[in-house]
Design a protein around this ligand. Structure first.
Ligand SMILES: NC(=O)c1ccc[n+]([C@@H]2O[C@H](COP(=O)([O-])OP(=O)(O)OC[C@H]3O[C@@H](n4cnc5c(N)ncnc54)[C@H](O)[C@@H]3O)[C@@H](O)[C@H]2O)c1
Length: 480
């Protein structure tokens, strides 16, 4: 089949290259000329394991093409995927301007029947809005009778495992409109995804609105599990229990399952924070309230501060002269995505209070440099007090503590002897519960996990203020 994918970001590139790998001929269009130029010269602009190989294989075999021109993408195209960004607006609702702009452009250039597939995460009713924009622009050209279907096919891939998720999906959710457009789309999507359904049928067919809401429901459920465990971890700390034992204790219950039960520094990334907020907005627009989702979001806001709070509980609120090593910058391992990464909040809090930060991430250094420059722009000398280093161990030299933010496998088994020697105070504050508290105690390293029952307050530097002051506005900005 001839297919086009609009948007060459995390979702667009994976969709385009995997569809090409399934034998379809795919044109991937992006409005960013630099991005397209890079892709055409063989450079993949994001880090996603295995993506380079799939892109290179399919461009070489002329099944995958990149362009900035929408008419090129529409030529002989039977199905067009919209995979552009839907970032949050100020009020938390999804910004649909990119999606609707694609619809307008398609309406201006389309000359043949088309199935338009919304793959971007979009609020309920968006397919109808895309359909309305398309019909309007086509009518201006006298083409209102052109057969069209606008459908929903939300994406559930996980960054870091995106190729495998796309090629072996748990399910393929497809929302169809009623009547002839729905039938036209069903035929096209059945052909398009035939190879993914060969072993067993994975497609869950439904109406468009339900498909749109399914995506938000999935993300809200996963985010809720994370916030639930973070709350449980905070209680475990207070009552002297170990959240990791609790995780194993409840995760083995088949009604609960083991996934998404890890306590940590709060969820981040390009999806959970924005999709939970957009879902709350949708409810509000309909005179309702998502109370559970609101609580999930509130818990997460607090949890994002957990590492900074622990640093301050230990070293006090003024951190001039302190240096902290940070391992892991992206919001999770195996990606360079820095959108809403918990490390950003932590680094800002430390730098705001006068500390120096030396950080390492296996793949997100370039992306981190760009976003952190923006995050720290309003703090005098802020960026000067941040150093990103290419070697994880080099970050440790002379640091007061090591803060672990992202659970890369690389960080699972470090040389604790080296850590003890390199740090000024042998202290690890582990935002991902990677290490065994007992083992670290034996190694002579003070350790604080999340909900691991070893309250750091008892190990605080004598004389420091215990209550962490997390307010930004009340603080004089330090100038060192
Ligand atoms: N990243 C994920 O893990 C993930 C997972 C599931 C769903 N989603 C959803 O998929 C959508 C895309 O997310 P992403 O992470 O790939 O975004 P992204 O920011 O990485 O990529 C979006 C791309 O769209 C391009 N673009 C914007 N407007 C355009 C236009 N008018 N024409 C052509 N190209 C245009 C941008 O230049 C950019 O390259 C979002 O709605 C997101 O919520 C993302």
């Amino acid at each position: 089949m001839k297919v086009s994918v609009i948007g060459a970001g995390y979702v667009g590139l994976v969709t385009a290259s995997c569809l090409a790998d399934m034998g379809h001929e795919v044109v991937c269009m992006d409005s960013d000329p630099r991005r397209v130029e890079l892709l055409r010269s063989g450079v993949v602009p994001i880090y996603e394991p295995g993506l380079d190989a799939v892109i290179h294989r399919n461009t070489r075999d002329q099944r995958l093409f990149f362009t900035t021109r929408l008419p090129d993408a529409l030529e002989a195209c039977e199905a067009l995927f919209i995979a552009v960004g839907t970032p949050p607006k100020e009020d938390g609702s999804a910004d649909l301007s990119h999606v609707l702009e694609v619809a307008r452009q398609v309406g201006r250039h389309l000359t043949r029947p088309l199935v338009v597939v919304n793959k971007s995460t979009v609020p309920v009713g968006t397919a109808e809005r895309v359909g309305a924009v398309l019909s309007e622009t086509l009518a201006e050209r006298g083409l209102q009778a052109l057969p069209l279907a606008v459908i929903s096919n939300p994406e559930f891939l996980k960054e870091g495992a995106a190729i495998d998720d796309f090629m072996h999906p748990d399910r393929i959710v497809i929302g169809l409109p009623a009547g002839a457009p729905g039938e036209m789309a069903r035929a096209a999507m059945t052909r398009l995804y035939a190879s993914l359904n060969r072993h067993h049928e994975r497609t869950v067919w439904m109406d468009v609105r339900s498909a749109e809401l399914t995506k938000y429901a999935a993300n809200a459920m996963l985010a809720t599990r994370i916030s639930f465990m973070n709350e449980m971890a905070n209680l475990a700390d207070l009552v002297g229990a170990d959240v990791d034992a609790i995780r194993r204790g409840i995760g083995s219950d088949s009604r609960i399952g083991p996934s998404f039960l890890y306590a940590g520094t709060g969820y981040g990334g390009s999806c959970f924070p924005k999709d939970t907020r957009a879902l709350m907005q949708t409810a509000q627009q309909h005179g309702s309230q998502m109370q559970l989702v609101e609580a999930t979001e509130r818990v997460n806001q607090v949890q994002r501060q957990v590492l900074a709070r622990r640093v301050m509980a230990h070293f006090g609120n003024e951190l001039q002269g302190r240096r902290f090593a940070i391992w892991g910058l992206a919001f999770k391992p195996q990606t360079d995505d820095m959108r809403e990464a918990p490390s950003r909040h932590l680094i800002r809090q430390l730098i705001l209070r006068g500390a120096e930060v030396v950080a390492h991430d296996p793949v997100a250094m370039e992306a981190a440099q760009a976003v952190l420059a923006e995050d720290l722009a309003d703090i005098p000398n802020g960026l000067a007090r941040l150093k990103l280093v290419a070697d994880a161990n080099a970050a440790l030299d002379g640091a007061d503590a090591l803060l672990v933010v992202t659970e890369w496998k690389l960080f699972h088994n470090p040389d604790f002897g080296l850590i003890r020697q390199a740090l000024r105070h042998p202290l690890i504050i582990d935002g991902r519960n990677l290490y065994d508290p007992q083992q670290l105690q034996e190694q002579g390293i003070a350790y604080q996990g999340i909900g691991r029952r070893n309250a750091l307050a008892s190990q605080a530097v004598p004389g420091v203020q215990q209550a962490a002051d997390m307010t930004e506005s009340a603080r004089p900005v330090v100038n060192v």
